[in-house]
Design a protein. Structure first.
Lengths: 152, 320
């Protein structure tokens, strides 16, 4: 059997998802949950190989919080476009999924799926850390599908 | 024949493949130990390899406003400089080191190259955060270079004096040789302050907390690395791994090169154990327990404590 370096690299690559957060007008509730997921001992996201990065150019999984407000729409799109392919978008909290309590507001450009393709929804207000972890794990599987290496 | 052996030392052992393997596993161990010290589970040991594999598969983006040639060359310069350095590190009892009269001087001139590469990359990326990271990296570098120079000078003069040459001996080969015959410098009270200064220099040059000022992701969003992603960032990480090997190896060689027996696999293992211990006490423990210094605090720290300690050793070596 021929050793396929490309497939090996791709298989190794999904074990190192780097996370990037976009706050699209969130109330900070979900952001606190995201920070909690990464930082406190109980829900250690680093054991999945994750690493929070400050730069969109190094991101693989992008976590968006907040009901994309009209003021934030252009910035969200701009930062989202700066993330290199292949990328996976996760909507964290009910706001980017449906607008939440801000639904039908005049100040909202969301939901997020109207602007960018969303891969995983993590509902909740705010979602529990376990739910966010599960969202990251699902995002890893979708990333594998995008790379075309998911078996079964 | 000597060219062949030089290439072997550069590509396979102790530079090149061996250095990269050791340094990346050490980095994985470091991340795991920090996680355990903070009661977390932590990533697997081979996480740095996975990170590099991931970065190689990603799309490479180059900012339209960046200075393209410098932006592309900076990581290559950093990696090449450190890969060359790694070949100079003697592994006591296994490899005597590339012979030469001034390899310590060569190392001193090559050691700032990764920092310079980071500065080049940051300033050519046309990002304001890159420019901020540039100035921070330069300030930290200028402040840790002085103690480093005095530490290296103290070691060289000590060897020159004790081995009877009279003048400073800037050859790593003879520094190791002298210590193997007459006991390591870490047991010599004159050299202990220099050793402590070297331990304090390690976190600064590796850019780990409390000296991760240039790449502080919470303040200036990774600073010079902000615009780097994909294969170019992987090159930076490989360069950084070589640098880890070089400075840990240099620390072991300068202060504790003692061997256990004449059997080389044991000596190799002993060298790796010493590298790991050096990393644990100078980086892992410090990193997991501290926050981040302000720039002025870091500069003041380096000009006060490590510089003073290194100066004490240097003066004692000259006076005694």
């Amino acid at each position: 059997m021929r050793l396929d370096i490309d497939t090996c690299l791709k298989k190794a690559s999904v074990c190192s998802p780097w996370l990037f957060r976009i706050n699209a007008g969130s109330c900070n509730g979900c952001d606190v949950e995201l920070a909690t997921t990464a930082l406190i001992p109980r829900y250690d996201v680093e054991r999945l190989g994750c690493h929070y990065t400050g730069s969109p150019r190094q991101a693989d999984i992008v976590l968006v919080t907040g009901p994309v407000t009209i003021k934030m729409r252009d910035y969200v799109l701009r930062v989202w476009n700066e993330i290199p392919e292949p990328k996976v978008t996760v909507a964290v909290g009910i706001c980017p999924i449906s607008g939440g309590v801000f639904r039908d507001s005049y100040a909202i450009a969301g939901p997020l799926s109207r602007l960018v393709p969303v891969d995983v929804n993590v509902p909740g207000c705010p979602p529990r850390p376990q739910a966010i972890m599960e969202g990251v794990v699902l995002a890893k599987q979708i990333w594998m599908k995008k790379l075309g290496i998911l078996e079964g | 024949m000597s060219l062949f052996w030089s290439l072997v030392h550069l590509i396979i052992f102790p530079g090149g493949a061996f250095a990269l393997l050791v340094a990346l596993y050490l980095k994985g161990l470091d991340r795991r130990l920090v996680a355990r010290l903070q009661s977390r589970v932590g990533p697997p040991l081979n996480q740095p390899f996975l990170d590099i594999a991931k970065l190689l598969t990603k799309e490479q983006l180059i900012p339209a406003t960046a200075c393209r040639p410098v932006f592309l060359l900076a990581p290559v310069i950093g990696m090449a400089g450190m890969a060359a350095c790694a070949a100079f590190i003697p592994v006591p009892g296994v490899f005597g080191g590339l012979s030469g009269l001034g390899d310590l001087l060569v190392l001193f001139y090559l050691l700032p190259i990764p920092a310079i590469a980071i500065m080049l990359g940051g300033s050519s990326s046309s990002s304001p955060f890159g420019a901020m990271g540039f100035s921070r990296e330069m300030l930290v570098m200028l402040s840790y270079e002085l103690p480093l120079l005095m530490v290296l000078l103290a070691c060289a003069m000590m060897t020159g004096k004790l081995s009877g040459a009279g003048t400073a001996d800037f050859s790593l080969v003879s520094i190791v040789q002298y210590q193997l015959e007459n006991g390591s410098y870490c047991f010599n009270p004159v050299m202990v302050p220099a050793m402590v200064a070297y331990l304090m220099f390690l976190p600064g040059t590796m850019g780990v907390a409390p000296f991760d000022i240039a790449e502080s992701e919470t303040e200036i969003l990774e600073g010079p690395m902000l615009e780097y992603g994909g294969p170019l960032l992987a090159l930076f990480q490989i360069g950084q791994a070589f640098k880890t090997f070089v400075i840990l190896g240099l620390g072991v060689v300068l202060f504790f090169p003692g061997t256990l027996c004449d059997f080389w696999p044991v000596n190799l293992l002993w060298f790796l154990v010493k590298c790991t211990l050096l990393m644990f006490f100078s980086m892992t423990l410090v990193r997991s327990a501290t926050g981040r210094f302000r720039i002025d605090q870091a500069v003041r720290f380096y000009f006060r404590i490590p510089a003073a300690l290194a100066l004490v050793s240097l003066v004692l070596v000259i006076a005694l």
